[in-house]
Write a protein that binds this ligand. Structure first.
Ligand SMILES: *[C@@H]1O[C@H](CO)[C@@H](O)[C@H](O)[C@H]1NC(C)=O
Ligand SMILES: *[C@@H]1O[C@H](CO)[C@@H](O)[C@H](O)[C@H]1NC(C)=O
Ligand SMILES: *[C@@H]1O[C@H](CO)[C@@H](O)[C@H](O)[C@H]1NC(C)=O
Ligand SMILES: *[C@@H]1O[C@H](CO)[C@@H](O)[C@H](O)[C@H]1NC(C)=O
Ligand SMILES: *[C@@H]1O[C@H](CO)[C@@H](O)[C@H](O)[C@H]1NC(C)=O
Length: 505
């Protein structure tokens, strides 16, 4: 790889410039009893007794309930998983009247957990488990592909929890180890946002020593659709909380790696990646294919504009996308190349990466499931085809121009970092740069005037960056879709893989 492994830690540090003042408020208890082997605690701010988070049990869940969220329940335990150097917690947070159970991994910071910021990471899909990002990219440990360790993972010195308290959330329900009692499903990003907002609110109400701490939302791929909407929901709900005198979430930034946010530039960017020199020095696609694609592009753009963006129409938009896919995207899928890193050929049986298979096998080992406290009988799937299909039915990826959410957040002072590995074709850096350059917001003139500069880590150029106080764009040279793991081969968060026939989008 061209990129040093420390690159992404540097990336993370781009967004954690200032330490917030951590507060040390401890959770307080009013009662404490055992039932069915669980420790149960009801807490409110008025009692004198205190729960020290690090005193949670490791062999069984402690159940937490909050008087203000009587429909919600948190099951959490201390788990010796992945990072022996910090406190690690896993558990479920129940939302929607307790019927939906969202699984999370929480790693305290290796720095100063009492003062460091809090960050959420989610993978994309839609339908992919955040354990993929955890175990292949930025998490405290990575899946061991060479049987070097006795525990199946290797400690990652470049984990983002070097600098922040990080939680990984499997969402929406149906993804990873998250489950619903009666098969309820989430089918759009806007619906998912409500559950994520509830999750984060309860998280901070439960782990009160983190209350008020700066919050960053990060993720990749379909995260480019999810995160701006989630952050907007948090911002808007903060305004409601403020009016009603309730505590707000201290949302500071949104961090998107190889995201699909501005869909209108997707195909233009893909053309530049395979038929231009935006990724490699020479185009990888044949001249004849490139000419056909070039001729089809204006028609693809025009149809998408008409049926998806000017006025969204489900049937016509789907027809437009089908046209674009068959004319623009099919050649790349047919090439046998890794669409998440065009410098490589696709290998393995799972989305071009053997790591995906290994993670699936690792997380489904009975001993690991028990260690984590998994409570669903379903086998682990890296990406849920059902969730992907449900979102596909609504054309969730195309029906809302998510860059409008980004502009809305910027205009209200939420910082945004867009970064992209340059070898990715799927959610490529060119299309990301195009929509970011065209974004209309209060600071767009300033952003336009700001020069690009080389981005260096330890004296090596690792990409280019354009940074303004609120909006930063960074390319990561030679990294793929999984830009957050530049130390290993890049990985597919495979935007549409799970959507079956629409895989080629
Ligand atoms: C919480 O418990 C840990 C270990 O049991 C201990 O080291 C720490 O000092 C405790 N913190 C407080 C605030 O009591
Ligand atoms: C793991 O083992 C492989 C071969 O068995 C070796 O090439 C590699 O360097 C080892 N990696 C680490 C991190 O120890
Ligand atoms: C797993 O083993 C590796 C090396 O063999 C070690 O570095 C790491 O800390 C271990 N992880 C856990 C959770 O014990
Ligand atoms: C999980 O996988 C195992 C082995 O592949 C299989 O026997 C079992 O039926 C699966 N369970 C579910 C709930 O799908
Ligand atoms: C950026 O780095 C490249 C080498 O990768 C170098 O050729 C170029 O001059 C640098 N540009 C600036 C403005 O420093």
């Amino acid at each position: 790889m061209l990129v040093p492994v420390s690159t992404i830690l540097a990336l993370a540090l781009l967004v954690f410039p200032a330490r917030a003042i951590g507060n040390n408020v401890q959770m307080t208890l009013t009662s404490d009893y055992n039932s069915h082997g669980l420790t149960r605690m009801d807490y409110s701010g008025e009692s004198n007794s205190r729960l020290n988070l690090s005193a949670l049990e490791s062999d069984s869940y402690t159940v937490l309930q909050h008087p203000r969220f009587s429909n919600h329940r948190v099951r959490v335990k201390k788990t010796m998983f992945c990072d022996p150097t910090v406190n690690v917690y896993t558990g479920y947070l129940d939302v929607d009247a307790g019927a939906k159970h969202l699984f999370f991994y929480f790693f305290e910071s290796r720095g100063d957990p009492d003062r460091d910021d809090v960050m959420m990471w989610i993978n994309g899909g839609p339908g992919c488990s955040s354990s993929m990002g955890l175990l292949m990219e930025l998490g405290p440990c990575n899946i061991d592909m060479n049987a070097n360790s006795s525990n199946g993972t290797l400690w990652n010195p470049y984990s983002w929890n070097q600098a922040a308290n990080v939680f990984f959330l499997d969402q929406p329900v149906g993804v990873g180890f998250s489950y619903a009692d009666y098969g309820e499903s989430i089918q759009t990003t806007e619906e998912a946002a409500k559950n994520v907002h509830a999750f984060i609110t309860i998280f901070f109400e439960t782990f009160t020593q983190f209350s008020g701490r700066p919050l960053h939302l990060s993720g990749e791929s379909y995260g480019g659709r999810y995160l701006p909407v989630f952050a907007s929901e948090i911002y808007d709900q903060n305004m409601v909380a403020k009016r009603e005198g309730r505590p707000q979430l201290n949302l500071q930034s949104v961090i998107i790696g190889n995201g699909n946010t501005g869909i209108s530039t997707l195909y233009l960017g893909r053309y530049e990646i395979e038929c231009g020199t935006a990724a490699l020095e020479k185009p990888v696609q044949s001249i004849s294919n490139c000419v056909r694609m070039k001729i089809a592009l204006p028609r693809c753009q025009q149809r998408m504009q008409q049926s998806c963006f000017d006025q969204f129409d489900l049937i016509n938009c789907r027809a437009a996308i089908n046209f674009c896919d068959s004319e623009i995207s099919a050649n790349m899928w047919a090439s046998g190349r890794n669409v998440y890193d065009i410098s490589k050929m696709c290998v393995g049986s799972d989305l071009c990466y053997d790591e995906v298979t290994a993670i699936k096998e690792y997380l489904d080992m009975p001993r690991i499931r028990e260690l984590l406290g998994v409570e669903t009988a379903n086998n682990f799937t890296s990406c849920s085809p059902e969730v992907g299909a449900n979102f596909g039915i609504h054309m969730d990826k195309y029906n809302t121009p998510t860059q409008f959410h980004v502009a809305g957040l910027l205009d209200r002072g939420v910082r945004i970092l867009i970064y992209a590995g340059t070898y990715d074709w799927q959610c490529n850096w060119v299309s990301n740069k195009m929509w970011v350059d065209a974004l209309e917001w209060s600071g767009s003139d300033d952003y336009g005037r700001t020069p690009w500069r080389n981005w260096t880590v330890r004296g090596r150029v690792v990409g280019e960056v354009k940074a303004t106080p609120l909006l930063t764009f960074a390319s990561v040279r030679g990294a793929g879709h999984m830009a957050s793991a530049p130390s290993r081969s890049s990985f597919c968060a495979f935007v549409d893989f799970v959507a079956g026939p629409t895989r080629q989008t």
